[in-house]
Design a protein around this ligand. Structure first.
Ligand SMILES: Nc1nc2c(c(=O)[nH]1)N=C([C@H](O)[C@H](O)COP(=O)(O)OP(=O)(O)OP(=O)(O)O)CN2
Ligand SMILES: [Zn+2]
Length: 121
C-alpha cells in the first residue's frame, strides 16, 4: 500500500519567558504567543480504511496536552521550565510518541516566522 504522511494542526495561547537568555534579551521578560502545533504521522495506508491514521485518533491524544498548556505560563509546566520552541517540540514528541507510534514529526510555530521541526532524533 502507498506510504503517506498526514498532519493535524492545533492551537494554544500561552505566556512564557526564557530564563537563560541575557537579562537585556527581550525574551527574558514574560510575554505571550499564539502557538500552532502540527502533528505529522507517517505510514502505509490501511487497505480497508484508506488512511494512515484517523485524524480523530490524533486529536484524542493531543487535545489533553493542549489543555495542559492553553492559557498557562509554560515555565510552570513540568519539562517546560525553559520553554523554547525546540523544548516544546521535544515535550510534545515525548508525550505523544508512546500513544501514536506513527508520529513522524512535530512542528511548533511560535508565530508565522519562528518555526521548529522535530523528528525525534
Ligand atoms: N531558536 C529559538 N530562538 C528563539 C526562541 C526559540 O524558542 N527558539 N524564542 C524566542 C522568544 O520566544 C521570542 O518571543 C521570539 O522572538 P522574536 O524572534 O524576536 O519574535 P518576534 O515575534 O518578536 O519576531 P519578529 O520577527 O522580530 O517580529 C526568541 N528566539
Ligand atoms: Zn517568546
Amino acid at each position: 500500500m502507498p506510504k503517506m504522511t498526514i498532519s493535524k494542526e492545533f492551537k494554544f495561547d500561552s505566556a512564557h519567558f526564557l530564563p537563560y537568555v541575557p537579562a537585556d534579551h527581550k525574551c527574558a521578560n514574560m510575554h505571550g504567543h499564539t502557538y500552532y502545533i502540527e502533528i505529522h504521522c507517517e505510514g502505509e495506508l490501511d487497505p480497508k480504511l484508506g488512511w494512515v491514521i484517523d485524524f480523530n485518533a490524533v486529536k484524542k491524544v493531543v487535545d489533553p496536552l493542549i489543555d495542559q498548556l492553553d492559557h498557562k505560563v509554560l515555565n510552570d509546566i513540568e519539562g517546560l521550565e525553559n520553554p523554547t520552541a525546540e523544548m516544546i517540540a521535544v515535550w510534545f514528541w515525548n508525550k505523544i510518541k508512546p500513544d501514536l507510534p506513527k508520529l513522524a514529526k512535530v512542528v511548533v510555530k511560535e508565530n508565522p516566522t519562528n518555526v521548529c521541526m522535530y523528528a525525534g532524533e
